[in-house]
Structure formats: C-alpha cells, structure tokens
Design a protein around this ligand. Structure first.
Ligand SMILES: Nc1ncnc2c1ncn2[C@@H]1O[C@H](COP(=O)(O)OP(=O)(O)OP(=O)(O)O)[C@@H](O)[C@H]1O
Ligand SMILES: [Mg+2]
Length: 302
C-alpha cells in the first residue's frame, strides 16, 4: 500500500484506488479554542483508518465536521474528487457518509427491525393513502438479510434492543448506518464500553465493512483494537494532524510518542546496553522514536 505524501499534499492513490473523501486544510474554532488547525484527512474505499489522539485532540470535532454537525471555519471537503458543501446531516447522508456516535441513538423499547428502519419505514403497497400500515414482512426480511450479510448474530430481529448485549447493540447501530447505501462509516469509540467477546464481534464487523469496500473511520483510545483493525493510523495532537502510520510499519511506542508529543527515554535495559557500548556518550538524554515532523509540521507519511 502506498501512502500519500502529506509533505507535498500530492493526491495519490492507495493500491490504485481514488480517495472517497478528502478534507483539505480544515480549521475549526470554538471561541478562543482552535479545535482543528489546517487538518488534511482522507479516506479510501476498502480501508480502515484509525483516528487517534489524546483527550481534546480534536477527533470528535473532525468527525462532526465530516458529519455536517459543525461547519469548518476554513478548508475544503471533497467527495469522490469533487468539492462538496455540507449544510447538515442530510447532505452527508445523501453522499453515503454515515456516523455511529458513542451513545448509538437506538430506541431500547423497540425491536431490531424497528430500529433498523427508524424514520424509513416501508409502507404496504396498494392500500389507500388514508391507511398506511407498515410492510412488516418486507422490513423483517430485509433486516434479516442485512444482518446476515454482516454476520451479525442476534437471537431474533424481533428482540427488543434493550435486551441485547453491548456488542449486539453496537452491531445493530452499525448495520443501521450502512444499510442505506453507505460508502463511508465513521465510528466514534465503537468498543469503549465492551467486554472482550463483544469487542471481537465489533472488530469482525469492521473487517466485513472493509471487505465490502466501505471506507471506515474508527476513533479509538484502545491501541490493541487499532492495531487489530486499522490499515492506517492518523494521529491528531492539539488540533493538528501530526503523524500518519501504515499499521505494518508502526509500533505501539511510535503511536504513543506521536499522541503525547513526548520523546521518551530508553528503558533501563536499553540504557545500560547503550552505555556499555559507549553509544550514550554525548548523546541527548532522551531517544525519540516519534516520526520526525516535516516542513509543514504534519509528520512524516509512512
Ligand atoms: N462544542 C464545543 N464548544 C467549545 N469547545 C469545544 C466544543 N467541542 C469541542 N471543543 C473543544 O475542542 C477541542 C477538541 O475537542 P474534541 O471533542 O474534538 O476532542 P477529542 O479528540 O474528541 O477528545 P476525547 O478523546 O476526549 O473525546 C477541545 O479543546 C474541546 O474542549
Ligand atoms: Mg471525542
């Protein structure tokens, strides 16, 4: 996989594919807080991008800007190469961009079918317009089809969402977000509240979304999940994109260093070895494994 050269801003392809979504120079202010500064971001079809960073780094602001909740103060958004103006969540849905927020926004008292169709219910054909019963059979059939296509296992599509596990609820929320022609799905902390088997279920689901050619953006604080599921890792720090890693070339330490912006000292064993070999003499007190910032301060592409 070839990663884009962020230093030149050159629009290139990953594996010959074009970018689905592209953000160029996005800035967002909240009063005196510069939540995003000149951020570039791109999503290709069939890839999982992990968006990581410390609390307050700007991850949610970036996702909400893509989702049409915030309007950027500067910068440009392109979809399939064309500049787009996003005036709200409807515009975003029309483009095929879907967001699953952490609170999921499911209706606990309704069953799985009703949740998948919330606001998009199918009406039985051939009935007078004064009577509009829902076409429950068609909705149920399609619900089963969608969940099966994503290998989501739930006891029954007629189960109330309240009685599902956290992983199953997350899966229903993801299924709902992708069943209406989604091309890109953004997941804000999809595994934060989940146990091990439930996390497994959600990570498997993310793999299947990628296999189906969707672009997936995952915000996560869990580096184990990130390494398991992502193709690329984009690091935000204090509202700036500071580094991008190909997951195969990155170590956990690289990511942590980029997130915190701190050079970290070698552990004692490494320091002893370096001292014994004389390498430490005259060397700086700390050893940085963080990617070197390029001229634009956006970090080195991998
Ligand atoms: N609606 C808002 N009004 C004012 N300031 C905001 C608003 N939303 C975010 N901010 C500020 O913008 C910065 C980025 O916040 P954001 O929520 O995007 O961070 P985050 O990376 O998602 O953090 P976390 O990991 O804690 O969710 C923070 O300094 C935050 O206080
Ligand atoms: Mg957040």
């Amino acid at each position: 996989m070839t990663i884009t050269d962020q230093a030149t801003g050159q629009a290139t392809d990953v594996g010959g594919r074009s970018r689905l979504l592209e953000l160029n120079g996005i800035s967002k202010w909240f009063g005196a807080v510069h939540a995003l500064t000149d951020v570039d971001f791109e999503v290709y079809p069939g890839e999982v991008v992990a968006l990581v960073g410390d609390n307050g780094a700007g991850k949610s602001t970036l996702v909400k800007t893509i989702a049409g909740i915030y309007r950027p103060d500067a910068g440009e958004i392109r979809f399939e190469g064309h500049p787009v103006t996003i005036n709200g969540p409807q515009d975003v849905a029309r483009l095929g961009i879907s967001v699953v927020y952490q609170d999921l926004a499911l209706c606990d008292n309704l069953d799985v079918v009703a949740n998948l169709y919330l606001g998009r219910e199918e009406i039985s054909p051939g009935l007078p317009s004064t009577v509009t019963p829902l076409d429950e059979v068609a909705m149920e059939r399609r619900a089963i089809e969608v969940l099966r296509g994503l290998s989501v296992k739930i006891p029954s599509v007629r189960t109330a969402v309240a009685s599902l596990s956290g992983g199953q609820r997350q899966s229903v929320a993801v299924a709902r977000s992708v069943m209406w022609n989604a091309r890109i799905v953004l997941l804000d902390e999809p595994t934060a509240a989940l146990g091990v088997p439930q996390t497994r279920q959600v990570l498997d689901l993310i793999h299947r979304l990628r296999e189906q050619g969707l672009g997936v953006v995952v915000i996560s604080h869990n580096l184990a999940d990130v390494f398991e599921v992502a193709d690329r890792i984009v690091v935000l720090r204090l509202g700036r994109r500071v580094a991008t890693f190909d997951v195969h070339d990155a170590s956990r330490e690289d990511i942590v260093a980029a997130i915190t912006g701190a050079d970290f000292a070698p552990d004692e064993e490494d320091a002893d070895e370096l001292e014994a070999s004389g390498e430490l003499e005259g060397a700086p007190a700390t050893v940085s494994t963080a990617p070197t910032a390029d001229a634009t301060g956006r970090g080195v592409p991998r």
